[in-house]
Design a protein around this ligand. Sequence first.
Ligand code: HSE
Length: 310
Amino acid sequence: MMPDTIRVFAPATVANVTCGFDILGFAVDQPGDEITLTKSDTGEVRITNITGDGGALPLDADKNTCSVVIKMFLNDLGLRQGIDIVLDKKMPLGSGLGSSAASSVAAIFAINELLGKPRKLEELLPYAMEGERVACGAAHADNVAPGLFGGFVLIRSYDPLDVVKLKTPDELFATLVHPQIEVKTKDAREILRKQIYFKESVKQSGNVAGLIAGLLTSDFGLISRSMHDHIVEPIRSILIPGYSEVKAAAMEIGALGAGISGSGPSIFALSHNEAIANKIALAMKQIYGGIKVECETYVSRISQTGPRLI
Ligand code: HSE
């Protein structure tokens, strides 16, 4: 007997990871979003409640990422199943922590489970990517792929879609800080340059390759030397108060590297042990306290689990 109701958690994610714009991302243990789906006999997909969004997200089923991906999925399966959705946003919107991705991933994972897994996990990714298109106008996969599969993920290609899960050292810890201002991914994408120089591409490719090689061989020195972004960070960091202070403090304490989480304003640092990661969280809090910006910090391993039933 399949249950008529299901509740799912999907994790926050750090996209770009400095040099890997739109192609690298990893999942963390917390925060994350929760969704409850209940079958109904209305034949309609409806959002019955959203909590934790301060009224910012649409209840209209044609506009909300969760309902859009669920409708697409039912449509492709040729099903006219009624579904009532309750979304509990447990993470801030416009945070750079993959908030919209967590909702899309939770939704697509939950509907597949509720219907008895008609599709394999990897077949769910294009649906979650469409959720991102609804949220920010671009179907980027560097939040939804690690959100769905867990771990550290490379999007080798978008067309055709080719996603590679990377093995990472167990000692790797992420520290995240979310200063409580909102940066919309759509806006943060619009301000980027449309073209880059050949030599910038060479520099960035070297760093992406170095970061991946470093992760696969647990070469922390190489990871550290590779965590640089010469293309996006100089433009987007201007939108983030305290950015250079937070990054400098993290590096001073012993981070392997630090950068903007996704499109910001959250900032992340990677460290090779938990004590350093915790120290960085403390320093981040102090810096934002000093400039009177509220913030939340999180320390987590690279989470290998992705979404789960709760
Ligand atoms: N790669 C995306 C961007 C991630 O930087 O716009 C958004 O979270």
